[in-house]
Design a protein around this ligand. Structure first.
Ligand SMILES: NC(=O)C1=CN([C@@H]2O[C@H](COP(=O)(O)OP(=O)(O)OC[C@H]3O[C@@H](n4cnc5c(N)ncnc54)[C@H](OP(=O)(O)O)[C@@H]3O)[C@@H](O)[C@H]2O)C=CC1
Ligand SMILES: O=C(O)CCC(=O)C(=O)O
Ligand SMILES: [Mg+2]
Length: 416
């Protein structure tokens, strides 16, 4: 395949040595602009991050950005079939920390989603999505400040893995024959025109995710980790997720049962405070987050539940226009907005760039550049308090000033 990516002649690689991320003062950080509103939100993100870094470190530190291609832009640059070039994946792997805009999934292509493909190919098994309220953000609920949760969504398995067979295809027919004749399945309601989806959920995949969630609760002094699942119906996938999660809490973190279990508790080794490990069934969780959000802190869940929960929770604190996220593996991290490509707004300089900007804030924190991350947050809070906001907030706020996507980025910089 053609190589179209130009590696900068300045800057140094971020490396991972002896379990630690080593970040030079001039790190090369790859970014994918993204499809749809990617052209709108990514340039302000780069500008805001550069401004925060310049202000925090007075020129001693500077990011050297490296554009890499995926999605529609890749099909224009390489060829119409190339949505995810090999060199893009290789660079995301090699440079350790990167950030991306939203990507469209090719219709009828060989993969269920480019985003899912990136997560699977780089084994970014944690999708971490913090949800908190910024003072002044319009919300549909009465007490948005009570929402302060961090979702740990398993990012490589579940029905999201993309193992599906189209109704009527030879493969679907073969699967149905196999299920009926070899596996004794008697509950496929209509066998003729029936699509099949497979939901892999493993002990290893579950426990590495739950391990990160509990470790996060320890490191950040959180008081609970909630396993969210639909184990009453899907016993050997979602139910097993719950069991394996509890087992890990007991066996690796020394949690002890509360009143005979299955809830259990462990002492935070850093603070001595209790961390409760509990579980909630997924449908019930969707009402709990609305009615009793203060009772939840860290959430560990499967891929599809996490997808639903993260958009629902984002809505409670102002919408997916400001909901950030990170895809994390053991060495590699790719930060990305929670929202998609919002095609109807593409190129209109209208949408909220807050989601990818707050994803960049997570990235700066991941790199240990805390002063720059704090400045970025200060700028975001300041712009919102001043009521200079994009259409999504302006339509719900009294006396707000409507600004464009790029102008909101500039407002953040003014308030740093
Ligand atoms: N990680 C990724 O790259 C993701 C990619 N996708 C892909 O994106 C495409 C479109 O998906 P769709 O379901 O429409 O979801 P989107 O998230 O793209 O958009 C849904 C709605 O959310 C609101 N919204 C989204 N982004 C913003 C923003 N930055 N600022 C303000 N409001 C925003 C808009 O609401 P309103 O109309 O009320 O203004 C928009 O119409 C699909 O191909 C999907 O697969 C989806 C999710 C994640
Ligand atoms: O990859 C996609 O198209 C959708 C992914 C998604 O909705 C998410 O990760 O939240
Ligand atoms: Mg989603």
């Amino acid at each position: 395949m053609t190589n179209l990516i130009t590696i900068p002649t300045t800057g140094d690689k971020i490396t991972f040595i002896d379990g630690k991320l080593i970040v030079p003062n001039n790190p090369i950080i790859p970014f994918i602009e993204g499809d749809g509103i990617g052209v709108d939100v990514t340039p302000p993100m780069l500008k805001v991050v550069n401004a925060a870094v310049a202000k925090a470190y007075s020129g001693d530190r500077k990011i050297v950005w490296l554009e890499v291609y995926a999605g529609e832009k890749a099909t224009k640059m390489y060829d119409s079939e190339t949505w995810l070039p090999d060199e893009t994946l290789a660079i995301l792997q090699e440079y350790k920390v990167s950030i991306k805009g939203p990507l469209t999934t090719p219709v009828g292509g060989g993969m269920s989603s480019l985003n899912v493909a990136i997560r699977q190919m780089l084994d970014l098994y944690v999708c971490q999505r913090p949800v908190r309220w910024f003072t002044g953000v319009p919300s549909p609920v009465k007490r948005p400040a009570e929402v302060d949760m961090v979702i740990f969504r398993e990012n490589t398995e579940d029905i999201y893995a993309g193992i599906e067979f189209k109704a009527g295809s030879d493969k679907a027919k073969a699967m149905i024959d196999f299920l009926i004749n070899e596996m004794g399945a008697s509950n496929i309601r209509f066998t003729e025109n029936c699509g099949i989806g497979i939901k892999p959920v493993s002990k290893e995949g579950t426990q590495r995710l739950v391990r990160q969630a509990i470790q996060y609760a320890i490191d950040n002094d959180k008081d609970s980790v909630t396993l969210v699942h639909k184990g009453n119906i899907m016993k050997f996938t979602e139910g097993a997720f719950k069991e394996w999660g509890y087992e890990l809490a007991r066996e690796e973190f020394g949690a002890s049962l509360i009143d005979g279990g299955p809830w259990c508790t462990l002492k935070n080794p850093n603070t001595g405070r209790d961390i409760i490990i509990k579980d909630v069934i997924a449908d019930s969780m969707l009402q709990q987050i609305l009615l009793r959000p203060a009772e939840y802190s860290v959430i560990a869940t499967l891929n599809l539940n996490g997808d639903y929960l993260s958009d629902a929770l984002a809505a409670q604190v102002g919408g997916i226009g400001i909901a950030p996220g990170a895809n994390l593996g053991d060495e590699v991290a790719v930060f990305e907005a929670t929202h998609g490509t919002a095609p109807k707004y593409a190129g209109k300089n209208k949408v909220n760039p807050g989601s990818v900007i707050l994803s960049a804030e997570m990235m700066l924190r991941h790199m240990g550049w805390l002063d720059a991350a704090d400045l970025l947050l200060k700028g975001m809070s300041g712009a919102i308090k001043a009521k200079t906001v994009t259409y999504d907030f302006e339509r719900l706020m009294d006396d707000a000033t409507l600004v464009s996507c790029s102008a909101f980025g500039d407002c953040i910089i003014e308030h740093m």
